[in-house]
Design a protein around this ligand. Structure first.
Ligand code: KG4
Ligand code: ZN
Length: 347
């Protein structure tokens, strides 16, 4: 009998050190170590990120293997994030993956982080107690995926697991960056996206209006919004130094609504132009509750079928790297010890 396909996934592209084990497409363990060290600096400090990865990588992998209840000798291949991301961070995961693969004499699989975010839709979980697979509905091909993270904002046409075309993307800041920069302007800690989401729940999204960019085709721009928002906060704070404190919920709801409107307007155009109504979302910003609610609203309004991953698979994680590794393993798509990380890595 052939051995079950067990893949170890490693993710270290930014500020999360993560490891996951997938057996025959089903997730057995998903471990993540966040790095709090960046909070005090208001953003990720690359040098500190790579040092923290160096400290975390072995305990995180060890814990994933233990949680999965497998032996390291059972692992058939190691999938790692080759890029895009911070070079110093990628180097830690890549070097670890190479050494571990060499030690176990098993193949290496390189994964594009953005492809991983999209393929997170195909993660299946196994309920250990009942020994059953929890059925998660995955999108069918072709579908559109809005990939929104701290570093990327793309609308991707997904024709197959590894047949993806970027239809539009940001020409400057990413949507997550827009959230984080707006939060920083209000003196909220990094990462600001989840905090804006939280405060916005009590606020009026129509209270403040911000100018939306006019950008060609299916591309996005968020840097003008950031500048407009900064000017608005500065001028209001000059009149009332407590302006942000007194209006926090309404400001958060209004800036969040503006970012969502920008994303939704292009996504609706893409759906019309491609005549595709299976719409998925991926990346850290897909954890945003208002964006999720707005997308689900489109099911009744526009007849879309919407696919949103579980919260834990929206932000950076290694389960998405392991599942991508699993599909690459199935088509014998391996790399060699000569591979090197890529800070920029097109889909
Ligand atoms: O995918 P991810 O974990 O890392 C990157 O690859 O960038 O995305 C992180 C981004 C950050 O900008 C963070 O503020 C944003 O996702 N984010 C959110 C929420 N949760 C995370 N933005 C808005 N609302 C949220 N609930
Ligand atoms: Zn990411």
């Amino acid at each position: 009998m052939s051995k079950p396909i067990i893949i170890l996934g490693i993710e270290s592209s930014c500020d999360d050190t993560a490891a996951a084990i997938i057996k025959e497409g089903k997730l057995l363990a998903n471990v993540i170590a966040n790095q709090d060290v960046h909070r005090q600096y208001g953003g990720v400090v690359p040098e500190l990120a790579s040092r923290a990865h160096q400290q975390n990588i072995i305990p995180v992998v060890d814990s994933a293997i233990k949680k999965a209840g497998v032996k390291k000798e059972d692992i058939l291949a190691i999938a790692f994030t080759r890029g895009p991301g911070l070079m110093g961070s990628l180097l830690v995961g890549t070097s670890f993956a190479k050494s571990f693969a060499m030690g176990l004499n098993i193949p290496l699989i390189e994964v594009n982080h953005m492809q991983g975010h999209i393929l997170a839709h195909f993660i299946k979980e196994e309920s250990k107690a009942a020994n059953q697979i929890i059925k998660v509905e995955s999108p069918t091909f072709p579908f559109l995926c809005l990939t929104v993270s701290g570093g990327h904002t793309q609308i991707v046409l997904v024709k197959d697991y590894f047949e993806m075309t970027v239809l539009g993307e940001t020409i400057d800041d990413a949507a997550g960056e827009a959230f984080d920069k707006a939060a920083k302007i209000m003196n909220l800690p990094y990462p600001g996206g989840p905090l804006i989401d939280k405060y916005a729940k009590e606020g009026n999204p129509k209270r403040f209006k911000f100018t939306k960019p006019q950008i060609d085709a299916l591309n996005f721009s968020f840097s003008g919004l950031k500048t407009g928002f900064m000017n608005f906060i500065n001028s209001e704070t000059a009149k009332n130094s407590d302006f942000v404190k007194e209006n926090l919920a309404d400001i958060c709801a209004s800036i969040q609504q503006t970012i969502i409107d920008i994303l939704m307007s292009k996504l609706k155009t893409a759906a019309l132009e491609t005549d595709i109504n299976h719409i998925a979302i991926a990346g850290g910003v897909s954890a945003n509750s208002q964006l999720r609610a707005t997308l689900y609203q489109m099911e009744s309004e526009l007849g879309w079928k919407v696919f949103i991953p579980d919260f834990s698979y929206c932000t950076d994680n290694a389960a998405m790297i392991a599942i991508t590794g699993y599909y690459k393993y199935m088509k014998n798509d391996f790399t060699t010890q000569a591979t090197k990380p890529l800070a920029r890595y097109a889909l």
